[in-house]
Design a protein around this ligand. Structure first.
Ligand code: IDP
Ligand code: MG
Length: 152
């Protein structure tokens, strides 16, 4: 399967609730490879650029307030089908529609406090990684276990 990269944001609610480890642990356990990581406060500009697609929607202003309300952990994860795999691990946008066992099912109740962001397409994964990380903040590395997780 094609190697992909996807942007994951541990949103302010998940950071406040001490769930950075839980999110990271689930992605590591899945076999995905971490290639970028930073703990940061988001500027209004970055928030608006990241969520530009939702501008004009009724929840846009509250979404910007939510994502800029406290620090986040931004991460880039790599692997075959990484985009779909990570979306599945997070679960559906609305926690009450998220599959049992997914992060949003297991830890969230409300769409406006749904813990994480993950890129929704391969194309958006590329764009979002570019928006959030400078090239020298990404680490390409050979992991000893790669051949036992990645078929190619
Ligand atoms: P996603 O995060 O699963 O990709 P999107 O539809 O892209 O979901 O929406 C981006 C974020 O905006 C969601 O994760 C959620 O935090 C927030 N959001 C989406 N829909 C609503 C809503 O109807 N009310 C409040 N917040 C929403
Ligand atoms: Mg989205």
């Amino acid at each position: 399967s094609p190697m992909e990269r996807t942007l994951v944001i541990v949103k302010p609610d998940a950071v406040q609730r001490g769930l950075i480890g839980e999110v990271t642990s689930r992605l590591e356990r899945r076999g995905l490879k971490l290639v970028g990581l930073k703990f940061m406060s988001i500027s209004q500009d970055l928030a608006h650029r990241h969520y530009g697609i939702h501008e004009g929607k009724p929840f846009f202003e509250s979404l910007i307030r939510y994502i800029t309300s406290a620090p986040v952990m931004a991460m880039v994860w790599e692997g075959p089908n990484a985009v779909a795999a990570v979306r599945q691990t997070m679960g559906a946008t609305r926690p009450t529609e998220a599959a049992p066992g997914s992060l949003r099912h297991d830890f969230a109740l409300e769409v406006g406090r749904n813990l994480t962001h993950a890129s929704d397409t391969v194309e958006n994964g590329v764009k979002e990684v570019e928006l959030w990380f400078a090239p020298d903040e990404l680490v390409s590395w050979a992991r000893a276990v790669d051949p036992w997780v990645f078929e190619q």
